[in-house]
Write a protein that binds this ligand. Structure first.
Ligand SMILES: *Cc1c(COP(=O)(O)O)cnc(C)c1O
Length: 302
């Protein structure tokens, strides 16, 4: 396979703050494949990007932070949880249980800071903006090189889709490199129609940002529903079963919010014979394992 070097150069020339340990490993998961009687499975270990316990957000953040530095920002404003207090961030609550309310508060806090003479840099939830999406365009390149090195040609890359930047970036990268891979996301938070539009728009915008004149077709935007369960972040029985299978067959730990639900989807689609045994699927492990240590984990029991 010959990869387009001019495209790689264009991508490499966009500044990044190096945070991630790259490339992350691509490992065959033949025992998991055997227990689910499924396609040949490989796992792309983006849980091992290293910075801040790893995960997919690190890749986009490399581009976003370089842009914030270039704009001489003095404050980052975003919506998220976890290490904020430890790092001394000022935390504000919207007071609204609807997670979408965070988007409005990011904008209003940034505006307030600007009025006070500061230079805020606003990052939408999940880093799901054009620049953040480039993280996974570059990851598609990295993955393509690994596939070439291992002589594998995946039929499909499967992932959990939340705020959509990861899915969109991969899709844009696959298009830019003319790879014959399907990218299939399992939505874990938003309604499937909203995800389709967001993935399409972000992927298209990423190609334009890179000066490529390819177009994303709506047929290439593949988003599956049916595995969110009662809601975002609420563990499901199918997700717990998938997490147990991955742990006990491969010693690989998934999370209840994202990757467990995506693997549950992959398993269900395998049982429904949507994925065939002779196909090759790469499962993108996007991280999230710290959630395993929250609470007593009773949801994980059989
Ligand atoms: C944010 C996140 C996702 C989803 O990625 P998006 O780019 O928001 O769609 C998947 N897995 C984990 C562990 C995440 O933290």
């Amino acid at each position: 396979m010959s990869l387009d070097r001019s495209f790689e150069l264009r991508l490499q020339n966009i500044p990044r703050v190096p945070l991630a340990f790259l490339p992350t490993p691509l490992k065959e998961a033949s025992r998991l494949s055997a227990v689910i009687e499924g396609p040949k499975l490989w796992i792309k270990r983006d849980d091992l990007t290293g910075f801040g316990f790893g995960g997919n957000k690190v890749r986009g953040l490399e581009f976003l932070l370089a842009d914030a530095q270039a704009q001489k920002a003095d404050t980052l404003v975003t919506g998220a949880g976890r290490l904020t207090r430890l790092l001394g961030a000022e935390v504000r609550f919207t007071g609204d249980p609807d997670r979408a309310s965070v988007d409005g508060l990011i904008e209003s806090v940034a505006a307030e800071l600007r009025r006070n003479g500061r230079h805020p840099y606003a990052i939408p939830r999940g880093g799901a903006c054009v620049l953040g999406t480039l993280g996974y365009v570059l990851a598609a390149y990295e993955l393509a090189e690994q596939c070439a090195a291992y002589s594998i040609v995946p039929d499909t890359v499967v992932l959990a889709t939340g705020s959509c930047g990861t899915h969109a970036g991969l899709l844009a990268g696959v298009q830019a490199l003319h790879l014959p891979w399907r990218v299939e996301g399992f939505t874990v938070s938003r309604p499937v129609e909203e995800v389709q539009v967001r993935v399409y728009n972000l992927a298209q915008a990423a190609l334009e940002r890179l000066g490529l004149d390819q177009a994303i077709s709506t047929h290439d935007v593949i988003v599956h529903d049916g595995f969110i369960g009662p809601g975002y972040g609420i563990p499901t029985v199918e997700g717990a079963a998938a997490i147990r299978l991955a742990a006990r067959s491969e010693g690989i730990f998934l999370d209840p919010t994202y990757t467990g639900k995506a693997l549950a989807g992959l398993i269900a689609h395998t049982r429904a014979r949507r994925y065939q045994r002779d196909e090759t699927i790469i499962f993108l492990h996007t991280g999230g394992e710290p959630a395993l240590f929250v609470g007593e984990g009773e949801w994980l029991n059989e």
